[in-house]
Design a protein around this ligand. Structure first.
Ligand SMILES: Cc1cc2nc3c(=O)[nH]c(=O)nc-3n(C[C@H](O)[C@H](O)[C@H](O)COP(=O)(O)OP(=O)(O)OC[C@H]3O[C@@H](n4cnc5c(N)ncnc54)[C@H](O)[C@@H]3O)c2cc1C
Length: 384
């Protein structure tokens, strides 16, 4: 690696690592992405893109292929279990704020190949390269990988919630784990037919059996809470009955895939450690209610990799410190707070919030303020 071309190694080829790599490569910086997997991940995870993320992807030149693969959701709905619609919020009230006043429903596994294909020749993605640890001194970082040591001027840890980079730095990941697990099922049913009037995204309130119904390009996804400490196989066996309780089709729902996972709200103490930056799930995790995990991770990548490019181009080092501090504040005060509030609201025991949501939907000024906060437009406007 030439000393005149500062080399950045990104650990992890998820949506966040590849966004950071593309941001840097487009600024003329030589980037290498190390990915432990043999290929990009294909598992079903985040599936909502918010307006500011669409704006960022547009600037990176990758929005068009994403729009071709996704579906546009102009509204989302709050519903009461058994009681139908409470309120439908129309993202069109954001028309003066963004070129994209809608969400795009598309799995993250469709974005990562698009990001990879957009990387210029100065960037490379090395698969089968698991990072085990790292050593940082004042001038360089040495990564210990399964294929031998690799040196870098800067390292970006975008290697997910179990980040080896974060662990090698010896920093904590403070926070808590939710008292229930989340069960995600993909179903081959058209829920718009079964539950007339639903939106592409629906948050269904119930103190015991809240749920989320999400349309993705090919299927619908159902997210259900599941007690902690129960047997996984038993939970999957009772899933058909739980789906029938959502809507009785007179036959079992056509179930394509289901998985159970534990959900945490955690954040690491600093996103910058000298020449090492942490971003995305490596730096903070939250519950998926509101679709903020991947979105805020992509925002980390654009803001932090942009600040790193500025510093490599001669800006004062403090620019990177400020960007790192800002992204941590966003993770705690906005991403975690909003996603936790969403969880609390879904399982509320009283209906007192329903009238407020109806009033919000009927008031475009209040709806605009609410949606600007919920999709992180407001907090991005405050970036340093
Ligand atoms: C089951 C599940 C469902 C989810 N559903 C939603 C949802 O509905 N909505 C939502 O907003 N968010 C959801 N999330 C969260 C969302 O998927 C993450 O916020 C998002 O993937 C973060 O992207 P990332 O690039 O930071 O990390 P990841 O997507 O985890 O990517 C990390 C990459 O790093 C690689 N890697 C890991 N360790 C190493 C290593 N040591 N060396 C080299 N490479 C390494 C991994 O193989 C992976 O490719 C879900 C997460 C899970 C686990």
């Amino acid at each position: 690696m030439s000393p005149r071309t500062p080399a950045v190694v990104v650990v992890g080829a998820g949506p966040v690592g590849l966004t950071a790599a593309l941001t840097l490569a487009q600024r003329g910086i030589h980037v290498t992405v190390l990915e432990q997997g043999a290929a990009l991940a294909t598992e079903s995870r985040a599936s909502t893109f918010h307006p500011p993320t669409l704006e960022m992807l547009e600037k990176l030149g990758v929005l068009e292929p994403l729009l071709e693969k996704g579906i546009v959701a102009e509204t989302f709905q709050y519903r009461a279990r058994g009681g139908g619609e409470i309120a439908t919020l129309d993202l069109g009230v954001l028309a003066a704020d963004t070129a994209y006043p809608f969400r795009v429903q598309c799995e993250q596994s469709k974005l990562t190949p698009i990001l990879r294909a957009a990387l210029p020749a100065t960037a490379e993605v090395l698969f089968g390269h698991q990072v085990r640890s790292l050593r940082a001194d004042t001038g360089r970082v040495v990564l210990d990988t399964a294929s031998g040591p690799i040196e870098a001027d800067w390292v970006i840890g975008a290697d997910g919630a179990h980040s080896a980079v974060r662990q090698a730095l010896g920093v904590d990941f403070h926070g808590s784990t939710y008292p229930e697990r989340f069960l995600v099922a993909s179903v081959d049913e058209d829920l718009a037919d079964v539950l007339p009037g639903i939106a592409p995204i629906n948050y269904v309130f119930d103190p015991d059996e809240w749920l989320v119904l999400l349309r993705t390009p090919e299927h619908w996804r159902v997210l259900l809470p599941t007690p902690d400490g129960t047997d996984d196989a038993a939970e999957l066996r009772r899933l058909p009955a739980r789906l029938t309780a959502v809507a009785d089709l007179g036959r079992p729902w056509r179930l394509l895939h289901a998985s159970l996972y534990r959900v945490h709200q955690r954040v690491t103490e600093r996103f910058r450690h000298g020449r090492v930056l942490l971003m995305g799930d490596a730096a903070h995790v939250n519950n998926p209610l509101g679709g903020l995990g991947m979105n805020s991770g992509i925002h980390d990548a654009v803001v932090l990799a942009g600040a790193l490019a500025d510093v490599l181009g001669g800006a004062p080092d403090v620019v990177l410190d400020r960007a790192a501090a800002y992204r941590r504040t966003v993770a705690i005060d906005h991403v975690q707070r909003t996603s936790h509030d969403n969880w609390t609201r879904l399982r509320a025991r009283d209906n007192s919030g329903h009238a407020r949501l109806r009033a919000l939907a009927d008031d475009p000024v209040a709806a605009r303020a609410y949606l600007r906060r919920a999709c992180l437009l407001d907090v991005l406007a405050q970036r340093p």
